[in-house]
Structure formats: C-alpha cells, structure tokens
Design a protein around this ligand. Structure first.
Ligand SMILES: Cc1cc2nc3c(=O)[nH]c(=O)nc-3n(C[C@H](O)[C@H](O)[C@H](O)COP(=O)(O)OP(=O)(O)OC[C@H]3O[C@@H](n4cnc5c(N)ncnc54)[C@H](O)[C@@H]3O)c2cc1C
Length: 391
C-alpha cells in the first residue's frame, strides 16, 4: 500500500493491519456504546490490553520515545484506520495522536513524564481546547477571534472562557488549553477532570467514533502553574503550528484506511450482487464508480506521502498540508459516497461500516480547517507569490 517506506515501518504496519483485521473488526458489532453512541472507555481499555499484548499499542512511537518519520507514520496510521475502532484500539486516534506529537516535541522533561507518558502508554485520553462557541463570537475558522483569557497571578495563570467542539473532553485526563494573555495566545497543559473545567453539554453529532463526543465547556477560574505553559506567553499559535500540519495529515492517513476498507466492502458487494442478469460490477455505471474509487484512493495516498516527505525535511508544511487536507478529505468523501451508492439500500444500513465512514468523513471536511479556509489561505499565498515575483 505504501509508496516508499522503510522496512521497519512496513513491518509495524503489517502487524497493525493483522491486529485490526483479526481482533478489532469483530468488535465493530460490540454493543458497548456510550450515550453518544461512541465506544465506551471500558471497551477501548479491553482493546488496548489486546493491542499491548500483540505489541501494536502506540505503534508510531518507538520504545525509546522516538517517533516514526511522517512517511513511515503514514503507512502505519493508514492500516490502523481500516476499522473506525482501529485507531482507538492501537492508540493512534485523534486528538491523542496530535497531542502526543505536540508534547513530545515541545514539552519539558517534567511535562513529558507527567502528561505524555500516560498517553503513550494508552492509559489516558486527552483533549485539545481551542474552538469557542460560534453564537458567542468565539474562535472557529479564525483562531485570532479567541475570547478565552489568561492572566498571571504570582506563579500561576488564571484561565476563563468558553470552548466548543472539544473532542473527548468528557473522560479525558489531559487537556491542552489555548487562551489569550496581553502578549497574545498561550497554551497550557492541564490535568483533567478539574472542577474549574465544566462540561456544559455534549451535542449529538454526525459522527460517533470519538469517545466523549465533542463537548461545550466552560472554564471558570482555572488556576494553572506557570510550569504548565508550553513555551512563553504569546507563543501559543507558534506552538499550535507544530501540531497543526502533522495532525491534519494524520487524519488523512486514518480516514484513507477507512475508505480502503469501505471500498473493499463495496467491491465485494458489486461482485456478488446480481441485477438484470449479471453482476453489478459488470454494469458500466457501477464499474466506473469503483474505478474512480481506485483513482481517488491512489491519488490520496500519493498526496499524503508527498506532504509527509515535506514535513520530514523539518518544514512546517503549512501550504502542503492545506493542499493535501483539501484534496484528500474531498476525495475520501467522493469514495465513501460511491461505496454507499454501489451498495444500494445496504449502503445506508449499519450492516457494514460503510455508512459510518460516509458520515464521519463528512465531518473531516470541517475540522482541522474547513476546505474553504484552506483554499482561501492558498489563494493568499498565490497572490503573495505573484506580487513578490513582480517586485
Ligand atoms: C467533529 C469535530 C471535532 C472537532 N474537534 C475539535 C477539538 O477537539 N478541539 C477544537 O478546538 N476544535 C474542534 N473542532 C472545531 C473545528 O476546528 C471547527 O469547527 C473549525 O475550525 C471551523 O470553525 P467553526 O465551526 O466555528 O466554523 P465557522 O468559523 O463558523 O465557519 C463556517 C464555514 O464558513 C466558511 N468559511 C470560514 N472562513 C472562510 C474563509 N476565509 N473563506 C471561505 N469560507 C470560509 C467555511 O465553509 C466554514 O465551514 C471540531 C469540529 C468538529 C466538526
């Protein structure tokens, strides 16, 4: 499946795929779901024990703490995504994977020990608190609209504000919170739960693979020790950049895996199911849908590999990850839609994961930057480049 990867990554990816296909996929029928229809923490803990025993827990971080390269990570995370439960089972799911990456790259030794270690061991979940309620005029597509404040009080900071769409806040043990000081954006890592961080409600959403759902939260006089600030006051967006491109790309990797599997299921259906005296696959309309899926799958894989290669050079890859996020999320939406269509009524039932993949990929076109915001920022770059070439 990979374009180019190292032997170690291919070996890890093969073991992850075997684990997902043999152990995780049977759990897709397990009825243990929370009140938002997401897998329960008990079920995830059970899966993680099995992943630990199989040696595939947190497979993208090696025992010495070293991260696989982005190109290597791509191969491993794609395989973990073959089931919507796969990333949770092997600990490559969002937002933990992005949060682990950030803490691993910018956390002090103490922060790594206290906050990163339980995440890497798959014994805790985390949440990233940036977006704020749209109806209150808070940060969304435009992070500079952030209203949550932080003020220094001796050797502590006091944080106040409201947040929205905070994936996994309910049930998380680690939080990364963004707020604004006089100097600008700040980022803190905190223990959860904390009475000063109140879950107001968890709305029902189109997706249900993420435990804890996407909470609306009030932060009311949260006191955080100054040691728990990542970087310095005013550097919060700089630190957010460290997480941004890799986290965006890892969503592409996992959802590509999910669409590979959805396409396998649709292909199987089209070959077995008969209509008008022949298999569906032999009807040109169906055959073309599956052919287009192959093209979109391969194009997505190549774009991910290209962008991963750019990040591996040490570049922030801001524009490359924007291009890749748009191209891949839109291609995956087309693939999931064609899988549903190929399978007729069965495609919209919960008989298979195809309907879930279709719903979940829809949300991916919004989080980590909606398609239009990425295109808008690319257009600004195109204009800047045009001006600089003329001057
Ligand atoms: C499932 C899910 C999980 C999420 N998890 C988290 C999380 O864990 N932590 C967190 O902090 N946030 C999270 N988010 C929030 C997510 O990052 C925001 O939804 C996203 O940034 C968009 O912000 P918004 O919803 O306020 O949309 P708005 O800012 O209101 O934008 C609405 C629409 O306007 C259009 N638009 C905006 N700007 C432009 C522009 N410049 N040009 C053209 N069109 C534009 C886009 O089409 C966009 O979809 C999550 C969201 C979802 C759906």
């Amino acid at each position: 499946m990979s374009v180019i990867s190292t032997n170690r990554a291919v070996g890890i990816a093969n073991r992850v795929e075997e684990f997902v296909r043999e152990v995780v996929i049977p759990y897709e029928q397990d009825p243990r779901r929370d009140h938002h229809n997401a897998p329960t923490d008990a079920m995830i803990a059970e899966l993680r024990e099995k992943a630990r025993a199989a040696g595939v827990l947190t497979p993208h971080i090696l025992a010495n703490g070293e991260h696989l390269t982005q190109r290597e990570t791509a191969v491993v995370l794609q395989r973990s995504g073959l089931s919507p439960l796969g990333p949770l089972a092997v600990n490559t799911a969002a937002p933990d994977e992005g949060n682990m990456y950030l803490l691993g790259h910018v956390g002090s030794a103490d922060i790594k020990q206290r906050f990163l270690q339980p995440l890497v061991e798959g014994r805790a979940r985390s949440a990233f608190f940036m977006t704020e309620p749209a109806e209150e005029g808070g940060a969304g597509s435009d992070p500079s609209m952030m209203q949550t404040t932080c003020e220094q009080d001796g050797d502590h900071w006091v944080v106040n504000g409201r947040k929205a769409f905070i994936t996994g806040a309910q049930g998380a043990r680690v939080g990364i919170v963004m707020a604004k000081s006089k100097q600008g954006a700040c980022m803190f890592v905190v223990d959860l739960p904390d009475p000063a961080i109140r879950i107001d409600r968890v709305p029902r959403t189109i997706d249900n693979s993420m435990p804890g759902g996407h909470a609306v939260v009030t932060i009311d006089h949260l006191r955080v020790h100054a040691d728990q600030m990542l970087g310095n006051s005013g550097e919060g967006f700089k630190y957010a950049q460290v997480r941004l491109s890799p986290a965006r790309l890892s969503h592409c990797m996992r959802w590509l895996g999910a669409c590979v599997r959805a396409n396998e299921i649709a292909t199987d259906y089209a070959n077995r199911r008969q209509a008008f005296g022949k298999s569906l696959i032999d009807h040109e309309g169906v055959g073309f849908m599956l052919a287009e899926n192959l093209i979109d799958l391969k194009t997505s894989e190549l774009m991910i590999d290209w962008c991963a290669g750019v990040l591996d050079t040490g570049s922030l890859g801001t524009h490359e990850s924007s291009m890749t996020k748009v191209a891949v999320s839109e291609a995956l939406m087309r693939i999931a839609d064609r899988c549903v269509q190929t399978m007729g009524g069965t495609g919209v039932t919960d008989n298979t994961i195809v309907e879930q993949v279709f719903r979940e990929v829809r949300a991916f076109r919004i989080y980590d930057g909606p398609t239009e915001v990425h295109k808008w920022s690319l257009a600004k770059k195109i204009k800047r480049d045009w001006i600089s070439k003329r001057s």
